[in-house]
Design a protein around this ligand. Structure first.
Ligand code: SIN
Ligand code: MN
Length: 209
């Protein structure tokens, strides 16, 4: 379902079995040796999510991508598993777009989790200019995902992102402001066996050309 030109919601893209497998993989990474941490942003505030970046690391202090977690524990970013990249490519294709992801930012939200309105614009200039999409995959509790325009004050719409949903935003929508206003507790499939929400965003252009 096209929300804006280039912004496509893919409800229930993943089967329950696929959600389970993906959730288990994400939890294993997050609970592993180079796992979850709470980023502190430029202004000194803590984000309302736990994060792990795969493939490259997004430094919340500098808003730049780098090889290792210099704003946290200095460990190299874990690799981006090819099965995850393949999922992102498949979702982009279903939305009529293409990307070759070099990074996935994995976010874990608890019942109080949210993410302020922002643009994803830290990727390489050539991929931003080309409108190479962001591919977002949601698991667990439903989020109230907010998406607006190219300036912060533009009108916004709310898209509920439920477990197994994809959301692809590229082309003229690549730089739209977006965020997560709230996570709705106990709305995810009980079979997944965890509280809260996981979100994966795949991006191209986090590595040097
Ligand atoms: C993000 O904007 O980077 C994450 C969005 C989400 O959690 O749905
Ligand atoms: Mn974002």
């Amino acid at each position: 379902m096209e929300i804006f030109p280039g912004a496509v919601h893919l409800p229930r893209f993943l089967s329950l079995a696929e959600q389970l497998e993906l959730a288990e993989r994400c939890q294993a990474i997050g609970n592993g040796p180079t796992g979850w941490y709470v980023p502190t942003v430029r202004g000194g505030g803590q984000m309302r999510v736990r994060m792990v970046c795969l493939g490259r690391h997004w430094n919340a202090r500098t808003y730049r991508y780098e090889a290792s977690r210099r704003d946290h524990d200095g460990r190299p970013a874990p690799p981006l598993p090819p099965q995850l990249s393949a999922l992102a490519v498949r979702m982009a294709e279903a939305a009529g777009m293409r990307l070759l992801p070099d990074v996935c930012i994995l976010n874990s939200y608890d019942a109080a989790g949210k993410m302020g309105l922002h643009q994803d614009k830290d990727e390489r200039q050539d991929t931003l200019a080309a409108g190479v999409p962001i591919v977002s995959v949601s698991l667990g509790d439903t989020a109230k995902f907010i998406i607006g325009g190219l300036t912060r004050k533009d009108a916004k719409t709310m898209v509920p992102l439920a477990s197994g949903d994809g959301f692809v935003f590229g082309g003229p929508s690549r730089l739209r402001f977006h965020g997560v206003a709230a996570v709705l507790p106990h709305t995810g499939p009980p079979e997944l066996g965890f509280d809260g929400r996981l979100n994966l965003t795949f991006r191209q252009g986090a590595s040097p050309p």
